[in-house]
Design a protein around this ligand. Structure first.
Ligand SMILES: O=C(NCc1ccc(CNCc2ncc[nH]2)cc1)c1csc2nc[nH]c(=O)c12
Length: 246
């Protein structure tokens, strides 16, 4: 997948993608990141990228010209079609489902805004999608873009090593993950559930599914109510409720 990022702070994208999993992804050409400073596309003598809002009001807005010219230049260089994604607090909420949807594209073009916000014509006539990563206010879209790039890239086949799998992490099967344990079996007097040492994989899977259900029910009832429960799940939930009320 090729990801073109338009930002006023290209240097922000250097280090986060030179480490670990993402580095492996770029090294074996599974993901290619191209960062552009859209200030380079502001051709007036002051290279102005923002201006004050018509109608008055605080703050500045990103002008349309530099953004339109930057996207058009990127598409002239490489005409491969791609969603043009505006990152903004007004976007649709990003989640694992949106990450899976974006991971299907061979290319993404991502526009990072800044505190100011965008001129509406960018939203109406340039962007094809608009994404927010949550209901909190950041100083700019760059960190949000990195979150989206990270979550999407790990879904691209081959990016995660053979050991990791994106199948069973939280939010992939609609449930939160069950507790995990590794050596030592006892640490400062704290042991681990016997079932995990039993070698009985049916019981281990049952325990894991039950603990996922328990954790999701307790911490994220909003997620829990969306999960289709099998007959076995329902039995596990009954056991959980009995235990919780014991
Ligand atoms: O660019 C982002 N944030 C920077 C930012 C913060 C506040 C405002 C409000 N506009 C002020 C204004 N409008 C007009 C004049 N002045 C706009 C942009 C962002 C991208 S995705 C995301 N997801 C979750 N949270 C986020 O903040 C983000």
């Amino acid at each position: 997948m090729k990801i073109d990022v338009l930002t006023l702070f290209p240097e922000m994208f250097q280090s986060p993608f030179e480490e670990s999993i993402f580095k492996r992804a770029t090294d074996n050409n599974l993901v290619r990141l191209e960062i552009y400073n859209f200030r380079d596309f502001a051709h007036d003598k002051h290279h102005a990228v923002d201006d004050s809002p018509y109608g008055g009001g605080a703050g500045m807005l990103l002008k349309p010209e530099p953004l339109f010219e930057a996207v058009e230049d990127v598409l002239r260089e490489d005409p491969t079609p791609a969603p043009i994604i505006l990152l903004s607090p007004q976007g649709r909420s990003f989640n694992q489902e949106v990450a899976r949807e974006l991971a299907k594209h061979e290319r993404l073009i991502i526009i990072c805004g800044h505190y100011e916000g965008f001129d509406e014509r960018v939203r109406e006539h340039l962007a094809t999608d608009e994404i927010s990563i949550g209901d909190f206010v950041l100083t700019g879209g760059e960190l949000a873009a990195m979150v989206v790039i990270d979550a999407v890239s790990r879904l691209i086949p081959g990016v995660l090593g053979s050991g990791e799998s994106s199948q069973d992490d939280s939010h992939s099967n609609g449930l939160l993950e069950h507790p995990h344990y590794t050596r030592p079996p006892v640490f400062r007097g704290w042991g681990i559930p016997d079932v995990l040492l039993s070698g009985n994989h049916a019981q281990i899977n049952r325990w894991r599914r039950k603990e996922s259900l328990r954790r999701t029910l307790k911490r994220r009832p909003d997620m829990f109510e969306k999960i289709p429960l099998s007959k076995t799940d329902r039995k596990l939930v009954d056991e959980i409720l009995a235990e919780e009320n014991a």
